[in-house]
Design a protein around this ligand. Structure first.
Ligand code: PGA
Length: 251
């Protein structure tokens, strides 16, 4: 397995975490990461926007990276309630998740919206984690590979490099359900993603591809060992420090 790509374990807290609990969770993760002293993997937490600054301040020097869960495509302006990539960067973020399936569903985000957000992330100096994945209906119709290809071609901006892009494969039916694809299914999807990326950018071999969807301590080693899997995007299990650290350990 290629291990020139440093594994990235990213926690997506979604709309969870008030200040006291969030700070305690971030501290527990940071303590664990510091203690482990990993230099061969990266650990990222993506708290709600309200906590990005406080957690980024607290995490500085611990080895834990902090990211946003979404950003607006514009840098500033009359967009009530939105957060720009520049604001996340200013708050201490290094990454931002774009195109999570919950945003595609809840907010009607299209591949074009997501591409614009990924470009906004670059403009602000953030690394976008572009999420793609098929629904259960699409999988059962045998359309998984076609869906992934369409999403990649529509949402990955031109000019992406290994250093400026992370892709997360998250089958929609595996998110928060406790269900996961089999290891060969994950490997097949990731190999396909890397092939499609190969047609879009020169450094496709260096781009990190994360698997996401019901990753937990108990299944992390198996999922992370699948071919072309360079880390995980973790939802529910990232809300428990010991589970999240167990996943990071498995990387
Ligand atoms: P889950 O969520 O780990 O709770 O399935 C993953 C995600 O939505 O990123």
């Amino acid at each position: 397995m290629a291990r020139t790509r440093r594994p990235l374990i990213a926690g997506n807290w979604k709309m969870n975490g008030l200040k006291a609990d969030g700070m305690a969770l971030a501290k527990a993760v940071a303590d664990g990461v510091k203690q482990a002293g990993w230099t061969d993997r990266e650990v990222l937490i993506c708290p709600p926007a309200t906590l990005v600054m406080a957690i980024a301040d607290a995490a500085r020097g611990t080895g834990v990276l902090v990211g946003g869960q979404d950003c607006h495509a514009k840098a500033s302006g009359a967009h009530t309630g939105e957060t720009s990539a520049e604001m996340l960067r200013d708050a201490g973020a290094s990454h931002v998740i774009v195109g999570h399936s919950e945003r595609r569903t809840d907010c009607g985000e299209t591949d074009a919206t997501i591409r614009a957000k990924a470009e906004a992330a670059w403009r602000a100096g953030l690394t976008p984690i572009v999420c793609i994945g098929e629904t259960l209906v699409e999988r059962e119709a045998g359309r998984t590979m076609a869906v992934l290809e369409t999403q990649l071609k529509g949402s990955v901006p031109t000019g992406a490099t290994a250093a400026t892009l992370v892709v997360a494969y998250e089958p929609v039916w595996a998110i928060g359900t406790g269900k996961t694809p089999t290891t060969p299914e994950v490997a097949a999807a990731h190999a396909h993603i890397r092939r499609v990326l190969g047609g879009l950018l020169a450094e496709a071999n260096g781009v990190r591809l994360l698997y996401g969807g019901s990753v937990k301590g108990a299944n992390a080693a198996e999922l992370l060992a699948a071919g072309d899997v360079d880390g995980a995007l973790v939802g529910g299990a990232s809300l428990k420090a010991d589970e999240f650290l167990a996943i990071a350990k498995a990387a």
